[in-house]
Design a protein around this ligand. Structure first.
Ligand SMILES: C[S@@+](CC[C@H](N)C(=O)[O-])C[C@H]1O[C@@H](n2cnc3c(N)ncnc32)[C@H](O)[C@@H]1O
Length: 227
């Protein structure tokens, strides 16, 4: 089904945030990376400039950057005021304040839009949607998924999560997912059962602490590696 822009919150994170959310070390960054549900993050824009090989996939990329920016402008005030009205839900070590968070999201969006407009469709941004992606088996070293799987646990059920992660494991040697909380700041109700099934299939699932924490207690990342 065609994506409705009205249903999307096009908030994107920076390269530095991705490094911190996913514990990315230089050997990780040297792999070919598939970043799924990458939205208007500036991870690809900044990472490509640093020489890394990153492909971003998201259904959002069927829109023009001007449309994505308009949608951001339409929702940002409301989201920042929701954050301001729930001070105990957030940790400000990284972003410092709601107004600074807003600036950081605007900067990431600006960098994304510049890159998305000028990348001349060189294949770094592709339209694609979990639970099924079009790439060949084992095409990528590292698969990342930030702020989509587990976060939207109310909207997407357990089988969607399992199928999506298995699809990422079909494409990537290793998969990392952050955060493990859903929007209500509770650990995703799908996490345990998804990890249980993956372990039965022989995968190693490790929950690692990370330095990044904005949602309170949302400082854990799931790393999945093959048998
Ligand atoms: C909150 S944004 C996260 C963007 C980016 N990963 C980040 O952390 O900055 C969630 C993204 O999930 C994308 N999305 C929604 N449904 C999807 C699906 N079925 N498969 C892949 N991405 C999807 C949305 O378009 C949106 O860009």
């Amino acid at each position: 089904m065609a994506m409705q822009l009205d249903n999307v919150v096009p908030f994107g994170r920076s390269f530095d945030e991705y490094v911190s959310m996913f514990n990315l070390m230089e050997p990780d960054l040297q792999q070919s990376i598939l970043s799924v549900a990458d939205g208007p993050a500036s991870f690809n824009a900044e990472g490509t400039r640093l020489g890394y090989r990153i492909k971003s996939v998201d259904p959002l990329y069927c829109f023009e950057s001007s449309e994505i920016k308009q949608r951001f402008d339409a929702v940002v005030d409301n989201i920042i005021s929701q954050i301001e009205s729930t001070p105990n839900d957030w940790v400000w070590d990284y972003h410092r304040s709601p107004s600074n968070l807003r600036k950081n999201r605007e900067t990431a969006l600006y960098k994304f839009c510049q890159d998305f407009e000028h990348s001349n469709h060189d294949g770094r941004y592709e339209v694609g949607e979990l639970p099924q992606l079009k790439y060949a088996d084992s095409s990528y070293g590292l698969g990342l998924c930030s702020h989509f799987l587990f976060l939207y646990s109310d909207q997407f059920d357990q089988s969607f999560h399992l199928n999506s992660i298995r699809e990422m494991l079909r494409l990537c040697r290793e998969v990392r997912i952050f955060p493990l909380l859903s929007l209500n700041l509770q650990t995703s109700p799908h996490l345990e059962s998804v990890m249980g099934t993956l372990r039965e299939l022989g995968y190693r699932c490790e929950i690692q602490p990370v330095a990044y924490e904005l949602q309170r207690n949302g400082n854990k990342m799931l790393k999945i590696t093959p048998p």
